[in-house]
Design a binder for this molecule. Structure first.
Ligand code: IMP
Ligand code: MG
Length: 185
């Protein structure tokens, strides 16, 4: 029996074609990322800036395994509607009130697809004179032709499929799944 068969109530009758990263694999990789990030910032103020909504599960696990003091804030940018294809439009809906100037900013994203969202945000955040700006993404599809700033910390290379779970949604469903899965057609 699948270890996830008790999660059928979360699937809304949809099937997933396969699990891409199971919960234990994610937990182990997140712990590694936490250590890497801790070592990368020996001093200075660190602000972990989560891109909502997709990064909320990853971010909450990640900040608890970064072994140094940090602060947390969020950004809301919306790039997709209820579609599995990017509209190409990126809107900034919520802007962090925290001062960015003089701080190390670590922007946390769930998945990098076309890279449009990050390109737009990197431009906006750089204008606020952070001490440094880096990107941490749980998943990277490696489809972005031109990233203004390459992600310094990446959890997993992602297949070129539509993924859900561990914060990632399809039309707001599936965010609570404890694993990352490919959505069947
Ligand atoms: P980009 O701007 O094309 O790089 O798209 C990034 C955003 O699109 C991510 O923050 C996700 O919210 C969403 N996204 C891209 N690919 C997927 C996917 O496979 N599943 C769920 N959301 C995705
Ligand atoms: Mg999304």
């Amino acid at each position: 029996m699948s270890p996830y068969s008790d999660l059928a109530h979360l699937m809304k009758g949809r099937t997933i074609s396969r699990i891409v990263c199971d919960a234990d694999t994610i937990a182990a990789r997140v712990r590694e990322l936490g250590s890497e990030i801790g070592a990368a910032y020996p001093d200075g103020e660190l602000l972990v800036l989560g891109l909502l909504k997709g990064s909320f599960v990853f971010l909450s696990d990640l900040v608890r395994v970064i072994p140094r003091p940090l602060q947390v804030d969020f950004l809301v940018a919306s790039s997709y509607g209820n579609d599995t294809v990017s509209s190409g439009e990126v809107r900034l809906v919520y802007d962090p009130e925290t001062r960015l100037e003089g701080k190390h900013i670590l922007l946390v994203e769930d998945i990098i697809d076309s890279g449009r969202t990050l390109n737009r945000l990197v431009g906006l955040l750089s204008e606020r004179h952070p001490l440094s700006l880096e990107i941490c993404a749980l998943l990277d599809k490696h489809l972005a032709a031109e990233l203004r700033l390459a992600a310094r910390f990446v959890g997993f290379d992602a297949p070129h499929e539509f993924l859900v779970g561990y914060g990632l949604d399809h039309a707001e469903d599936f965010r609570a799944l404890p694993f990352v899965a490919s959505l069947a057609d």
